[in-house]
Structure formats: structure tokens, C-alpha cells
Design a protein around this ligand. Structure first.
Ligand code: RIB
Length: 291
């Protein structure tokens, strides 16, 4: 089986700050580092590092060759990444000393992915493969429709959260990933809880508190999976690591609970590291990690 990820690719610029600036405030950065990121790229790298066969469907600008090279080095199939006339997407990530962040994303090339290219990529998929999407690209509904016609499982990570964008793809989605705040926002927008959304499985991540699974086959009973306690360095990309690991485990036939336990462990290890795609742990590191 394989994972086809319609996803963003960003240059992540990390600014280390004493605190996240308030409106109208100017502060000096204590350090700047740049690496590979984007929710899509992070999830592709996480799934590949977790052992899955992953094709990334996306776009970069002419300035984005380095990002494509890096995805390839991390084990992701990059043949479905287009070159756009728009610049590669980027993110400004403000990090405070506790490891919390505030992020601005400039989508750039990420919202210029040609639908032809998505269609051509997905015709190479096999029924039972997974289409993964987030909300940092164009063409999510088109990709989801195509995937359903081809017999793929559709997974959607509803981030950055927009109730309308989520609602638009829900009819095609089998597996929905979102955090507790986003779940509350979606419930407020739709008046529906996890069992009423029309998807088979809802995975709600809760940071240091772990995650909760809601699954149709389990009668929608909430199943809580705790997270190990760790010293947090940087929470950026932890949710993406969780999703990539979770789907890689499902893709090789693991049950939901086992997939969630592995994903929780991978994301807990991820928050002990500074950075995004470049520092996502591989499967051996996660399995060997004694927490
Ligand atoms: O989830 C973290 C990611 O959000 C970062 O890598 C950044 O690029 C934004 O997409």
C-alpha cells in the first residue's frame, strides 16, 4: 500500500523570542534558523521515516529545488512536485522559551498545484492506498473526489483550521485528524460531534494529554491514549509527525489503537527537538526510545 500526500512545502524560518509579540509591539529575535517544513512536507517525511511508501503531490517555486532535494533525501517520492511561477511557500515561526509557537504561513506555490497533475498522480494509486491532505494547498475537494472514485482511503488533517474548508471535504473523508480546539470549533460550526460528521474515524490530538480516538467500528466510544511526559523544546510539527506516523502504521495494516500509540510516541520524541521536517525521528529511533 502507499500514501499520496497532497501537501504544502515551506521554508520554515524559526525566530527564537523571549515572548510572542503583542499587537503593536516590536521585539528583537534571539536567533534565526531555517529548515524544511509545511504541514504537508512534515507529514510526508514522518510517514516515510515511519516506513511507508509516500508520494508527495505539491508545488514549489523556482527557488524550491533545495526543498525537493531534501524530501527526496528523507525518502519521499518527489516526482509529483510541480515547479510554479510563484515562490515556494514559507512560514514565520515565532518560538517562545517554553517551546510554544505562533505561525504565519505564506502559501505561495502551495496554492498553485495543477489539478491535472493531481489526477495524473492519483491514477498511479492502487485501491486501498491513502490520500492525505491538509488545508495549506488548493484543490482538496478535487483530490478527495478523485480518490474516492479510485477506491482510496481519504485522510484529512484539518489544519490550519477553517470550518468551511473542513466541511467541504467531510463527505469524502474516512479519517479526520484535528486537535481539541479545532474539534470544538468544528462542533460549534456544524452542531455535530465526532459521531455525526459522517466519517469513519476521528482522531483528536490533545498535546501533552495524548489523543482520543472515536471510531464507528468501536461504537464511537472515546478511547484515550496518554502521552509520555517529556521536556518540551519545540512543539512545532509534533501534530504533523503524529499524523504521518499514524497513517504509516495503518497503511501497513496496524489496528487503530496500535497506530495511535506509535504516533503518540513519535510526536512526544519530536517535541524534544528543535525544528520541523529535518528533525522528525525515524522508526528505529521511536521504537528504541525508552520513555
Ligand atoms: O505544523 C507546523 C507547520 O506549519 C510548519 O512546518 C509550517 O511550515 C506550517 O505549515
Amino acid at each position: 500500500m502507499a500514501i499520496w500526500n497532497l501537501g504544502s512545502i515551506n521554508a520554515d524560518h524559526f525566530y527564537r523570542l523571549d515572548h510572542i509579540p503583542a499587537p503593536g509591539e516590536t521585539i528583537l529575535s534571539g536567533g534565526l534558523t531555517t529548515g524544511l517544513g509545511g504541514k504537508g512536507a512534515n507529514m510526508s517525511v514522518a510517514a516515510a521515516r515511519a516506513g511507508a511508501r509516500v508520494t508527495h503531490i505539491g508545488a514549489v517555486g523556482r527557488d524550491g529545488g533545495w526543498a525537493v532535494e531534501r524530501l527526496l533525501e528523507y525518502g519521499v517520492d518527489t516526482r509529483q512536485i510541480a515547479t510554479s511561477v510563484d515562490a515556494t511557500g514559507h512560514a514565520i515561526i515565532m518560538l517562545d522559551p517554553s517551546g510554544e509557537n505562533s505561525i504565519i504561513v505564506h502559501p505561495g506555490a502551495n496554492v498553485t498545484i495543477p489539478t491535472d497533475q493531481i489526477g495524473i498522480a492519483l491514477t498511479e494509486a492502487t485501491p486501498g492506498d491513502t490520500l492525505l491532505m491538509q488545508n495549506e494547498t488548493n484543490a482538496q475537494s478535487f483530490a478527495a473526489d478523485t480518490a474516492v472514485k479510485l477506491g482510496l482511503r481519504v485522510a484529512y488533517a484539518a489544519a490550519p483550521f477553517e470550518a468551511e474548508a473542513t466541511r467541504a471535504v467531510l463527505p469524502q473523508v474516512d479519517l479526520l485528524f484535528l486537535n481539541a480546539v479545532e474539534m470544538a470549533q468544528l462542533s460549534a460550526a456544524t452542531g455535530q460531534g465526532p459521531a455525526d460528521l459522517g466519517v469513519q474515524t476521528v482522531v483528536v490530538t490533545k498535546g501533552a494529554a495524548g489523543c482520543t480516538l472515536y471510531d464507528q467500528a468501536a461504537g464511537w466510544a472515546a478511547q484515550d491514549i496518554p502521552a509520555p511526559e517529556v521536556a518540551v523544546v519545540d512543539t512545532t510539527g509534533a501534530g504533523d509527525t503524529f499524523t504521518g506516523y499514524f497513517l504509516a502504521a495503518l497503511d501497513r495494516g496496524a489496528p487503530l489503537l496500535a497506530a495511535a500509540e506509535l504516533a503518540i510516541k513519535a510526536s512526544a520524541l519530536m517535541v524534544t527537538r528543535a525544528g520541523t521536517a529535518d528533525v522528525i525521528p525515524d522508526l528505529k529511533e521511536v521504537l528504541d526510545w525508552a520513555v
